[in-house]
Design a protein around this ligand. Sequence first.
Ligand SMILES: *[C@@H]1O[C@H](CO)[C@@H](O)[C@H](O)[C@H]1NC(C)=O
Ligand SMILES: *[C@@H]1O[C@H](CO)[C@@H](O)[C@H](O)[C@H]1NC(C)=O
Ligand SMILES: *[C@@H]1O[C@H](CO)[C@@H](O)[C@H](O)[C@H]1NC(C)=O
Ligand SMILES: *[C@@H]1O[C@H](CO)[C@@H](O)[C@H](O)[C@H]1NC(C)=O
Ligand SMILES: *[C@@H]1O[C@H](CO)[C@@H](O)[C@H](O)[C@H]1NC(C)=O
Ligand SMILES: *[C@@H]1O[C@H](CO)[C@@H](O)[C@H](O)[C@H]1NC(C)=O
Ligand SMILES: *[C@@H]1O[C@H](CO)[C@@H](O)[C@H](O)[C@H]1NC(C)=O
Length: 611
Amino acid sequence: MASVILGILLVLFPLPLSAKAQTRGNLTSGILLTTNDGNSSLLSPSAEFAFGFRRMGRGAYLLAIWFEKIEDKTIVWSANGGNLAPKGSKVQLTADRGLVLADPRGIKLWSSGLSGTGLAYAAMLDTGNFILARKDHGNLWDSFSQPTDTILPTQQLGQGSKVNARYSETNYSPGRFLFTLQADGNLVLYATTSQPISLDAYWATDTAGIGFQWIYNQSGLVYLTLRNGTVLNIVTSSQVPMGEFYQRAILEYDGVFRQYVHPKMANSSSGWAMGWTMVSSPVPSNICTRIKRDTGTGACGFNSYCTLGDDMIQRPRCHCPPGYTLVDSTNEMNGCRPEFVLQSCDVSRPEKDQFALSDMLNTDWPQSDYEVSLSVTEGWCREACLADCFCAVALFKDGTCWRKAIPLINGRMDGSESGKALIKVRINNSTSTSTGNGQKKSKNSTLVIIGSVLLSSSVFLYLLLLLISYIVYKSFRSRDSKFSRPVQINQAMRMRTFTYQELQEATDGFKEELGRGAFGTVYKGVLESEDTNFVAVKVLATRTGESEKEFEREVSAIGQTNHKNLVRLLGFCNEGQHRLLVYEFMSNGSLADFLFGSSRPSWYKRVEPQF
Ligand SMILES: *[C@@H]1O[C@H](CO)[C@@H](O)[C@H](O)[C@H]1NC(C)=O
Ligand SMILES: *[C@@H]1O[C@H](CO)[C@@H](O)[C@H](O)[C@H]1NC(C)=O
Ligand SMILES: *[C@@H]1O[C@H](CO)[C@@H](O)[C@H](O)[C@H]1NC(C)=O
Ligand SMILES: *[C@@H]1O[C@H](CO)[C@@H](O)[C@H](O)[C@H]1NC(C)=O
Ligand SMILES: *[C@@H]1O[C@H](CO)[C@@H](O)[C@H](O)[C@H]1NC(C)=O
Ligand SMILES: *[C@@H]1O[C@H](CO)[C@@H](O)[C@H](O)[C@H]1NC(C)=O
Ligand SMILES: *[C@@H]1O[C@H](CO)[C@@H](O)[C@H](O)[C@H]1NC(C)=O
């Protein structure tokens, strides 16, 4: 190592370095750098790597190591990505805590710590490793054993080591992907950095018990070895002459591990662009379809879907389905939100007609299902999703219909997905709620004005009298109607009205309970007068304040959504407090089929979200 260092030993000189100066060699103690130094940095002897502050935005600095001779000065390591340093911060070498990054008031932002005592110097090496060492050159700390998202040739990582993707291309705070050689010897990629469970891995070498070390060697090979050094698994490799190319391998913010090379000279090797070129295959080869966890977002954010780009590195891209928009317009990986008001689950204003389905081929959101129906048609699947306020997306494939709820996870569009996704979107974005509120408001203010005018006139008393008599009259009418035979529901629907007594007899006093839901209980019954003998009678929980009109609307809505695959609504009873719905009982299915049917969820179950 001595040969790679141009030893300019600065013994016990409290630096600061003069502005814009670039220092090479071993440094002892004192202030190494301050942000005020502008572009100053500590260079490796070859000047290929630099250690110093990089300005990330207005007045925010990152303490980092980078390729000094490359135009974009690619960062390979950073100390304080999640906690940028303000202007005036400095990094200091201390005997007890190693490198300490502190803000202008002296408050610590980051420190390296030391694995022993006797710190003699710090050095930026030509390999890209920044070391803190004793006089005898034993390392007390080095950046190679504390990698951020990048590894470099000659770097070796042991069991328990971790490489954490950054948050976005330009944000160096920790992101959500992790590459780790676990203590058990398995080299694994995870889509979470918080307590990953082995089931959640989206790529692994499956070398638990034997994997020992993870090496990026000078031939450009990234591989895993056994304890005795035998190569176990090659992760990536480059076939370029080491001396002519810079190299790095990085777990990028999109969760993909890629190896890159960059020519050192413009004409070092013909055919290479003066930029980073990916060599070897990305790991994993298709992250969009690879991640399939029960929790978490998938490769992209919630409600979005992932596609592999057709660029050189096949960067996964995150998109929003129709009707959805990015939560954070500056980061497509942060997921999407519906641009419309979601379907109301309030049965008093069913909104089925206000939604349509947008078709997307080769698209799926696995692990977002809450309901599955077998042996159905696409038409049935569409109707079922539109009628179900919880359904955000339905997936139809080979006669099976999956219904999916928000937030949608693991979204992908890929040729390997053979299903058709049906995205539910509101046809007319202006909702009854918002316009309703607006009207109410203006109505209220109009009332206030009219009220104050009237109050000041004597006409008011007469009007008040009229109003009171009207209210008294109206309340008598409505009390009457509670005992009268109600409502004429659309006769075209061939629905019958039943009396409460009829249904009481039919169910033998509501004896045999078929099931119970939040909105009522279902009983089995027999109608002697009908050709379909068995019926299911649903007694709706009494709801105060619900008008006749609302109940009529509900019954009409259910009547209209009747479908050949659904249980038919035969009629209803609306008598005073009693509100009941009478369904055809499926004679060819068992009771369990009717209520919780696995092949065809019962109408009872399906209608539940509406009530
Ligand atoms: C500087 O550091 C390097 C690497 O640890 C070491 O080999 C070299 O001897 C040091 N030079 C001096 C003058 O201490
Ligand atoms: C830093 O270097 C860049 C390019 O090398 C230059 O454009 C910029 O002005 C420098 N900034 C300071 C503060 O010296
Ligand atoms: C890198 O590792 C490969 C595989 O073990 C080996 O063939 C090659 O010689 C190594 N290169 C160096 C410079 O050690
Ligand atoms: C290394 O260990 C493996 C299994 O423990 C063994 O099969 C292999 O022969 C060993 N290689 C050497 C070079 O010792
Ligand atoms: C490019 O290569 C030619 C010969 O192949 C050499 O004369 C020239 O100096 C090289 N240029 C650079 C910038 O290295
Ligand atoms: C729909 O309405 C919501 C809320 O009123 C609004 O934020 C959104 O931009 C609208 N979407 C479209 C497509 O107009
Ligand atoms: C959308 O709703 C508004 C208000 O309810 C209505 O004025 C408008 O005509 C509707 N547009 C369409 C295309 O249905």
